[in-house]
Design a protein around this ligand. Structure first.
Ligand code: AHN
Ligand code: ZN
Length: 332
């Protein structure tokens, strides 16, 4: 069984790399169709500027002025990038601290009439406390959230801009979840439901009818770290191994095999857990096996999670891979 799936994956890699090279190597008489791979070019400078714009607003802590300001920014950007519709799911949720949080899950939808859809997700809120700081007084300050928050959103805003230039053959829903990062770090197992409060609200109020769910989802979290590497996160492996195979093989065929490492990493409590439980297979592209920390990047939940912790190459690898995946997805 194991060698069979490895053989299948190898076959998949071979097919993708053949297609990627077909433009140059095949003659006019060749019957092989040119692939859609690489037709859209993800602009990492553009993604970087979308990350910077969010960070410049300030920490996006639920309930703050900056949070409200950023929601308006995200809605206006999705509209500017010609989403068919932009949904704001406004609600209040209760955090484990007892705080009542005003949240807004923001969704931009492309190719609305098409039933076959892929869901792209990133959390847009930032953590209220830099609890990995050394000094006690610093732990009460909010994180800038350049990597943890703004990076995934920045990549998806550039994806949205590309979608406004050329429509893929499938429908795309871009979801910015709120209140992902208000969770409790001490007491692991029991604290799962304290995270991803926006995603938990969203799955109870999804804009999909029965049998109309997206075929799969891709969550981006901490995708902009310096020299980032992405491994196969454990819960993604449990719920959506075929999506991991597809995305990691497309990354490899796109030239990012040194960044998307086809090896396992531990499980992360994140938005995708609740999306998977709701019945949409969803993977998490997240840096969670950093060579220094063996976990998240060194700036995680610190005041140093600012623009100096953002790497255009990481944004590029993730954004180009996601774009190639959705433009390569057949209509049926
Ligand atoms: C836990 O630490 C349990 N989950 C991390 C989810 C997260 C926080 N992603 C970004 N910030
Ligand atoms: Zn976080």
């Amino acid at each position: 069984m194991r060698s069979y799936s490895i053989a299948l994956l190898a076959l998949g890699l071979f097919t993708y790399s053949c297609n990627a090279g077909s433009k140059e190597s095949k003659s006019d008489t060749d019957s092989i169709q040119p692939t859609t791979l690489q037709k859209a070019v993800f602009n990492a400078d553009s993604a970087y500027s979308y990350v910077k714009s969010q960070v410049e607003i300030g920490p996006r802590v639920p309930g703050s002025w900056e949070h409200d300001r950023c929601a308006k920014y995200l809605v206006s950007e999705l509209k500017r990038h010609k989403a068919d519709t932009v949904i704001e799911q406004i609600a209040t949720v209760k955090a484990y601290t007892g705080d009542i949080l005003p949240i807004n899950n923001i969704m931009g939808r492309y190719n609305l009439p098409i039933n076959k859809r892929v869901l792209l997700v990133a959390h847009w809120d930032t953590r209220p406390w830099a609890d990995n700081e050394a000094k006690m007084q610093d732990r009460e300050r909010p994180v800038p959230g350049a990597n943890d928050g703004a990076s995934g959103v920045g990549v998806l805003l550039e994806v949205a801009r590309q979608l406004s230039i050329r429509k893929p053959d499938i429908g795309i829903d871009i979801l910015f979840t709120d209140a992902e990062d208000y969770g409790r770090t001490e007491g692991w197992g029991s604290s799962e439901e304290t995270w991803a409060l926006g995603a938990q609200h969203w799955v109870k109020n999804m804009p999909y009818g029965k049998g109309q769910y997206p075929v799969y989802g891709i969550l981006l979290d901490m995708v902009g770290g310096l020299d980032a590497r992405f491994h196969r996160e454990y819960f993604s492996e449990q719920y959506a191994p075929a999506i991991l195979d597809k995305v990691w093989s497309i990354a490899n065929a796109s030239g990012y095999g040194q960044i998307f490492i086809n090896k396992p990493a531990g499980g992360i409590t994140d938005d995708h857990i609740f999306i998977n439980r709701a019945g949409i297979p969803c993977i998490d592209i997240i840096e969670c096996l950093n060579p220094v920390t063996k976990s998240f990047p060194p700036t995680w939940h610190t005041l140093s999670d600012d623009m100096s912790s953002i790497d255009r190459n990481s944004l590029k690898a993730v954004g180009q891979t996601v774009l190639n995946t959705i433009y390569n997805e057949p209509a049926q």
